[in-house]
Design a protein around this ligand. Sequence first.
Ligand code: GAR
Length: 210
Amino acid sequence: RLPVVVLISGNGSNLQALIDAERAGELPVELRAVVSSRGGAYGLERAAAAGIPTAVLRPKDYPDRERYDAALRDCLDRLNPGLVVLAGFMRILGDRFVAAFEGRLVNIHPSLLPAFRGLHTHERALAAGVAEHGCSVHYVIPELDAGPVIAQAAVAVEPDDTPQTLQQKVQAEEHRLYPLAVRWIAEGRVTMRDGRVWMDGQPLAVPPRL
Ligand code: GAR
């Protein structure tokens, strides 16, 4: 079973989806630890309830990004995960950190990348008047939200949608999408090589919509 460490900052609903999938026998991973950048993150309670060890590493306890990233790296090196899963980890990781975990670091982003990198994606999708919106699971590279996409899920944007309703619809898809994408990695079906996603031995031309 692939050892996985999940990094969170908040509610941890995506963490919960991974826990539930693992418990249901649908995700061949060992959830080895959850690391949060915030002490009060509800996701820490979810992890504790599932019997998963937790750690808190707060940026404000470190003088700068370099040293925060180094501490996080030390923490992860001790845990020795085969895969690091960012699940609402609201902290940009520096190039050296990303390079150290390249190919073993994935993120879920609330948009159909390459559209709407960065923050406030639901507001921006509404303002742009797009007909569809969604979420993407991608490998992390130094450039923010720019890594190769493994899989996506889409929702229709309705005229009466608000940022809140869109967020709810997209998050429901996230909870389906992330366990599936992590499963493919755990099964060895998906890897990153030469900056591309490979699936079943073929370079992925277009990420699947699930
Ligand atoms: C998720 O919707 C995720 O897509 C988003 O944060 C939320 C965390 O929710 N991530 C980002 O915006 C990354 N830039 P959760 O804590 O309930 O899983």
